[in-house]
Design a protein around this ligand. Structure first.
Ligand SMILES: Nc1ncnc2c1ncn2[C@@H]1O[C@H](COP(=O)(O)OP(=O)(O)OP(=O)(O)O)[C@@H](O)[C@H]1O
Ligand SMILES: O=P(O)(O)OC[C@H]1O[C@H](OP(=O)(O)OP(=O)(O)O)[C@H](O)[C@@H]1O
Length: 211
C-alpha cells in the first residue's frame, strides 16, 4: 500500500463544515473526530490520516510536509504568508477582517494603538493607508482593548457583528473578506498528484469550480 494521504484539519468552528464538505466530495473523515481526544485519526480503508490541528497551526504542518494538504482560513494565510499552495476557495466559514473601535473617536493622535491577533494584516493595511501605528498584540477577547483604553482601534474578525454590538463598538473599515481555503504542500503536490489532483477536482465540484 502507498503512504497515506495526510490531511491537517482545523479543530474548532471550521471543523464541521470542512469535514462535511470533504464527505460530500467522497472523503469520509469527520466521523467521531470532535468527540475524540485523539490527534491523529486513521482511515485505512481510504488510506488517509487526519491530524487535528489548531486552526493557526494548519499552515505550519502543511508547509513542513507533516501534512500533505490542509484547510485554513484566509485570515491565517494572510497573516502567516507561508510556502504552501492555496488551491481552492472552499467558500465556507465566511467572515471578514475589519477595523473597529468606540464610536465617534477619530484617529487623531500620532501612532494610534491597534490591538489585534493579526499584526501582519493590520500593519500591511495601515502601511497602505500611509499611517504610522503601534501594534498591541493580543490572542483573544480583542474587543476588550478599546473598552479599557488599551487601544484606539482593533483589527479583528467580524462574523455576525454581535461581539462588536454587545460591547458598544462600531466598525470603521472593512479590510478583507475571509473564507476557508484548501492548501497543499508544494512537494506533495508533485509527488502525490495521483491522490491530490482528484481530491482538488472533487472538492472543486462541490464548491462550484470547474477545473
Ligand atoms: N466569528 C469568527 N471568529 C473567528 N474566526 C472565524 C469566525 N467566523 C469564521 N471564522 C474562521 O474560522 C477560523 C477558525 O476560527 P477558530 O475560532 O476555530 O480558531 P481560533 O481563532 O484559532 O480559535 P481559538 O484560539 O479560540 O481556538 C478563523 O481562522 C476564520 O477563518
Ligand atoms: O461577529 P461575531 O459573530 O460576534 O464574531 C466575531 C468574534 O468572534 C471571534 O472571537 P472568538 O469567538 O474566536 O473568541 P476570542 O475572542 O477568544 O478570539 C472574533 O475574534 C470576534 O471577537
Amino acid at each position: 500500500m502507498t503512504k497515506p494521504l495526510t490531511i491537517a484539519m482545523p479543530k474548532g468552528r471550521i471543523f464541521e463544515e470542512a469535514a462535511g464538505l470533504m464527505q460530500q466530495a467522497g472523503y469520509d473523515i469527520g466521523a467521531g473526530a470532535e468527540e475524540s481526544r485523539k490527534l491523529i485519526l486513521e482511515f485505512p480503508e481510504q488510506n488517509i490520516n487526519v491530524m487535528m490541528a489548531k486552526p493557526m497551526d494548519v499552515v505550519t504542518y502543511v508547509e513542513y510536509g507533516a501534512a500533505d494538504i490542509g484547510i485554513a482560513g484566509k485570515d491565517v494565510l494572510l497573516e502567516q504568508d507561508r510556502d504552501v499552495y492555496e488551491v481552492l476557495d472552499l467558500k465556507i466559514s465566511p467572515c471578514y477582517i475589519a477595523v473597529a473601535g468606540l464610536p465617534d473617536q477619530p484617529l487623531s493622535r500620532i501612532a494610534p494603538k491597534i490591538a489585534t491577533k493579526y499584526p501582519k494584516v493590520a500593519s500591511d493595511y495601515y502601511r497602505e493607508q500611509g499611517e504610522q501605528i503601534e501594534i498591541i498584540p493580543l490572542n483573544g477577547s480583542i474587543e476588550l482593548a478599546p473598552l479599557i483604553g488599551l487601544s484606539d482601534r482593533i483589527v479583528d474578525i467580524v462574523s455576525t457583528g454581535r461581539t462588536l454590538k454587545e460591547n458598544g463598538l462600531v466598525e470603521y473599515e472593512k479590510i478583507t473578506e475571509i473564507t476557508s481555503r484548501l492548501i497543499v504542500n508544494p512537494v506533495s503536490y508533485r509527488t502525490k498528484s495521483e491522490r491530490i489532483d482528484p481530491l482538488i477536482e472533487k472538492m472543486g465540484e462541490q464548491v462550484g469550480v470547474n477545473s
